[in-house]
Design a protein around this ligand. Structure first.
Ligand SMILES: *Cc1c(COP(=O)(O)O)cnc(C)c1O
Length: 352
């Protein structure tokens, strides 16, 4: 079986990591004169736990995975960068992304001077394994899958993910930023079976904590150990760690807000179809809906004029003239529907 450590850049494998002051002593009952901190307690005068042990303990129990399989980042974007930086030798290695998909993978690859091999999703919106085989070689270290997909909203079945894990010789990163919005199962259930599987989740979307910045990575303990050496020692602040511990207690509020968002998603989907102004309305397992139309720029400008901001997503060949619309609170969605109806009637009078 492939050892995932062998995918890591040589300089990173050989790295002698920075050793934090607080790492050498695990207890909390002591006089700490080791880190040049200010000794006067104001709640923030001490450095945070570099391994966020309390947060990981709670998350691990909640997600039913071992703590040693977790890494936390300043948003999942930090973990995407950590993975690329740790595995891909600049100008030598390459990575595979799919289009349409989340653009951070490419941006991060480009910043790290790593070649991006972009493959279009098939017309059924699923990854094309034969094209992956054609485009990958011994230097292909990573493949990024996004499910539910941003901006399409569809899910890649677990059987498909498993097939890719079995065939692909690099690391398979499954980005589950929107997993809480769907009833489809998480790839976390495959983690023990596939050493080359890495799952990404975040508190930014369903948990409503985009401003806090907390991303979660799940992988083998060996790979997590390597990422821990590469990351900035104190990447998650004291404030974030404390807040996460609180947020994870608020399960009922979380479930209730999820329920409203999913209900609104179904309402908007039906209304979008009924309006009959879009070429296509993509069914969504996430907290947004992608629509396409010929006059997408015109509609976008009209909405902006009315102080309603959606996202332009023109990604040929699969998505020609797309707008990605996030699900708001019910009153915001009402306003959106009213504006769309207004735009439709204005178009009609133009034609007459
Ligand atoms: C929003 C989003 C993220 C979240 O990034 P954070 O840095 O955790 O806020 C990750 N992946 C995808 C596909 C997203 O749409």
């Amino acid at each position: 079986m492939m050892k995932v450590q062998n995918l890591v850049r040589k300089n990173i494998r050989l790295l002698q990591p920075y050793s934090c002051a607080r790492e050498e002593y695990a207890g909390s009952e002591a006089i700490f004169l080791d880190a040049n901190e200010n000794p006067f307690d104001n709640g923030f005068n001490r450095y945070p736990d570099p391994y966020q042990r309390m947060v990981k303990k709670k998350l691990a129990a909640y997600k039913q995975v071992e703590e040693s399989r977790l890494i936390l980042g300043n948003g999942s974007d930090e973990i995407i960068d950590l993975l690329i930086r740790s595995l891909c030798q600049p100008r030598e290695d390459n990575l595979i992304v799919f289009s349409p998909g989340y653009s951070m993978y490419e941006v991060c690859g480009a910043i790290n001077d790593v070649e991006i091999r972009k493959i279009n999703l098939q017309t059924d919106l699923q990854p094309d394994w034969r094209e992956v085989e054609r485009q990958s070689d011994a230097s292909t270290k990573l493949i990024f899958l996004c499910t539910p997909n941003n901006p399409l909203g569809n899910v890649i079945p677990l059987a498909e993910i498993e097939k890719i894990c079995e065939k692909f010789t690099g690391l398979v990163v499954v980005d589950e930023a929107y997993i809480d919005f769907t009833e489809f199962p998480s790839a976390l259930t495959l983690l023990r079976r596939h050493e080359n599987l890495f799952v990404l989740q975040t508190l930014s979307k369903a948990w409503g904590m985009a401003g806090l910045r907390l991303g979660i990575g799940y992988g083998t303990p060996a790979l997590i150990g390597i990422l821990n050496r590469v990351k900035a020692p104190y990447n998650i602040s004291v404030l974030t760690q404390r807040t996460v511990l609180d947020v994870l207690e608020q399960r009922e509020e979380f479930q209730e807000k999820l329920r409203v968002i999913k209900k609104e998603r179904e309402r908007l989907f039906r209304a979008f179809v009924q309006l009959d102004i879009f070429r296509s309305v993509f069914p969504s397992e996430a907290n947004f809906i992608l629509v396409t139309l010929d006059d997408f720029r015109e509609l976008y400008d009209f909405l902006v004029q009315q102080k309603m901001v959606v996202r332009l997503r023109n990604i040929p060949p699969l998505v020609e003239g797309g707008l990605r619309i996030s699900i708001g609170v019910p009153e915001e969605n009402d306003r959106l529907l009213a504006l769309l109806a207004e735009w439709k009637s204005e178009k009609k009078t133009e034609v007459c």
